[in-house]
Design a protein around this ligand. Sequence first.
Ligand code: HEC
Ligand code: HEC
Length: 251
Amino acid sequence: MYHLKRLRAFLTSACLATLVSSLSLAEAVDAQGWFPEEFKNLTIVPTDIAPDTLQAMMNSMADGLGVRCTFCHVREGRRTDFASDENKHKKIARDMMRMTQKINDEFLTRPGGLKVECITCHRGMKEPYTLAQVLSKTLAKEGLDAMMAKYGELREEYYGRAAYDFGEQTLMLMATDLEIEAGLRVLRKNLEYYPESADTHVQLGNLLLQSGDREGGIAALEEAVKLDPRNRWARGQLRRAREGDTTQDEE
Ligand code: HEC
Ligand code: HEC
């Protein structure tokens, strides 16, 4: 375990510690095949860094983005040329390393405070979009069917991981930006996953009322109140709907 000690020493002493402040030590031990002993093209990391420390840092970056080494390093035949700068992702990664370091050194200075790492933003993904951003982008480019399919695919692949927020809010909030028909569809989809989401029933009720379906709207609002009797938003909307007032109240 000698190199764990060295790694810890490095992490507490070097300025780069903040870049990989909590990298998994298990990863550092787990050699991913061949790793060079000497480095020719380090511009950010100190050039005298111990190989196992650099390897731990590289593992942590790959992990943070959910990629393999060759996402940033060019492969030549069976060998990877780690020193080469031919891969454009390596250049972006350098900027990201500088950015991360700057955030940590200049802004996150509370003693004992938390630092950001690649994974803080990337959450195991190459591009750190939120779920709502991915969905909006898909909607704008390919339409509602594609967006709904995308939600299903991502949920299938990433549910239970840190990557995306599949909680009841995401689709519910998206629905508020959509046309009535599209919004209704998105809300009904959300209810397949969250049949007990009172807020989704309230939104559904509001949209149904807007679409002219008074009976359906009231039924959805009643369901919301039944699911969550203390939900003041649901109760207010239901009271208004019964009185024939369809203006929304954001309470
Ligand atoms: C997200 C991009 C990215 C990933 C993924 C990545 N690296 Fe790197 N790697 C870099 C960058 C950027 C540098 C240069 C750092 C600098 O300039 O100080 C580098 C430098 C290196 C070097 C030093 C090369 C030299 O001679 O200068 C080695 C060795 C290396 N990486 C190995 C790996 C291994 C092994 C993996 C997979 C576990 C990996 N890297 C994954 C971006 C990445
Ligand atoms: C403060 C948040 C944040 C941190 C921390 C961060 N990134 Fe990023 N990263 C982003 C954003 C936002 C983008 C997308 C930029 C764009 O669309 O132009 C991005 C994009 C990238 C890309 C391009 C991906 C692609 O598919 O083209 C790479 C590579 C990358 N980051 C590597 C890293 C590495 C390595 C680290 C850690 C040293 C890191 N990032 C830390 C926010 C962050």
